[in-house]
Design a protein around this ligand. Structure first.
Ligand code: PLP
Length: 372
């Protein structure tokens, strides 16, 4: 039996999403844009999914647009903010996901001022610097700060950032890809202009995502074509993925307290065992607020480090090095570099799901002890 400790990249689609996707494949073959009965049936599936996602976030249905993934949604937001909202300055952090950093590089080349906040070694941002930047410049700003960091799990304080943005009339986009379905997100309580999600992060299918866009903001679409998604995202909808995504979100939210409790215990156990059994290890991004499902462990220098992930894999354990999304080949992580992780050490990111067990973690320790 394989041990899956690379959560979204390895955890199977939940049964609720799988059943819903099979139902759609069997019974709903229409194109949601068609006016015949088959098309209308498909439309009800899409609109039902939109309502589920809107309700989960306390948004209104008109504020949810389906995309292929978070990356597409983030690109849409930056393009729109610059083109339609008069944004001249973007304040972000150097440890955001590539779906934020790479568009920012492009907009910076095109004359938008991009400012990266200082980040402490534990992955938390400098809130004072954010406040100073926001209050000291009149240029229309967009703040782009993620909720949980995907490599080290550090959480940003969204309420605090949101208040600073409101006070200073800046737009706020948070990449909530890691936390949708895992932590409560309520857009009535915390004011955002944009948040984004990808279904596979909450036990849904890969290749389905969405953007929440506050009804007060109005941007043009990234993709032009058939005018689907009320003209915000052209292209025939991925109805199977969208239905699976909504079912998965409903399922994770219904189980959130128990899953979180289980994941927290698993994390504490593995962290305790690794720190006490393997000398010289430490946890990256050990901030006051962190997302329990991500445990980033720094192992001491060793000639075997190069092969560590491969050896874990050979021993039946799927974990990852840096960010899983852009790997395939192991590349150096910008996040770890930024927080000062020495190059001769080796970081392994274990990310948990509620399917993991203490017995699996004992096996991980057993294998690690053989490898060190
Ligand atoms: N943002 C964060 C924080 C992520 O962890 C990921 C993927 O891991 C993404 C964005 C991109 O998601 P996708 O590849 O589904 O677009």
């Amino acid at each position: 039996m394989r041990i899956y400790l690379d959560n979204a990249a390895t955890t199977p689609i939940c049964a609720a999403a799988r059943a819903e996707m099979i139902r759609i494949m069997d019974d709903v073959n229409g194109n949601p844009s068609s006016i015949h009965a088959e098309g209308r049936l498909a439309r009800t599936v899409i609109e039902g999914a939109r309502k589920t996602i809107a309700n989960a976030l306390k948004a209104s249905v008109g504020e949810i647009f389906f995309t292929s993934c978070s990356t597409e949604a983030a690109n849409m937001i930056f393009e729109g903010a610059v083109r339609n909202l008069g944004v001249k300055r973007i304040i972000s952090s150097p440890i955001e996901h590539h779906c934020v950093l790479h568009p920012l590089e492009k907009h910076s080349r095109n004359g938008i001022e991009v400012v990266y906040l200082n980040v402490h070694k534990n992955g938390s941002i400098d809130y004072e610097q954010l406040e100073t930047l926001l209050s000291s410049d009149d240029a229309k700003a967009l703040v782009a700060l993620m909720h949980a960091n995907n490599e080290i799990g550090t959480l940003n304080d969204l309420d605090k950032i949101s208040s600073l943005c409101r006070e200073n009339k800046a737009y706020f986009f948070s990449d909530t890809t890691q936390t949708i379905g895992h932590l409560p997100i309520d857009v009535e309580k915390t004011k955002f202009d944009f948040i984004i999600g990808s279904a596979h992060k909450f036990y849904g299918p890969k290749g389905a995502g969405f953007v929440y866009m506050n009804a007060d903001v109005n941007i043009e679409p990234l993709l032009l074509g058939g005018s689907q998604e009320r003209n915000m995202r052209s292209g025939t909808e991925n109805i199977i993925g969208i239905a699976g995504m909504a079912a998965a979100l409903e399922y994770t939210l219904a189980n959130m307290p128990s899953f979180q409790e289980k994941i927290k215990n698993l994390r504490e156990y593995l962290q305790f065992r690794i720190l006490s059994d393997i000398p010289g290890t430490y946890i990256n991004g050990y901030a006051e607020h962190f997302l329990p499902k991500i445990l980033s462990v720094s192992f001491p220098p060793s000639p075997r480090n190069e092969m560590l992930l491969m050896n874990l894999d050979i021993n039946g354990i799927a974990a990852s090095g840096g960010s899983a999304c852009s790997s395939g080949v192991e590349t150096k992580s910008g996040v770890l570099d930024y927080i000062g992780e020495p190059h001769d050490r080796k970081t392994v990111r274990f990310s948990f799901s509620h399917h993991n067990t203490i017995q699996e973690l004992d096996k991980v320790i057993e294998v690690l002890l053989k490898l060190f």
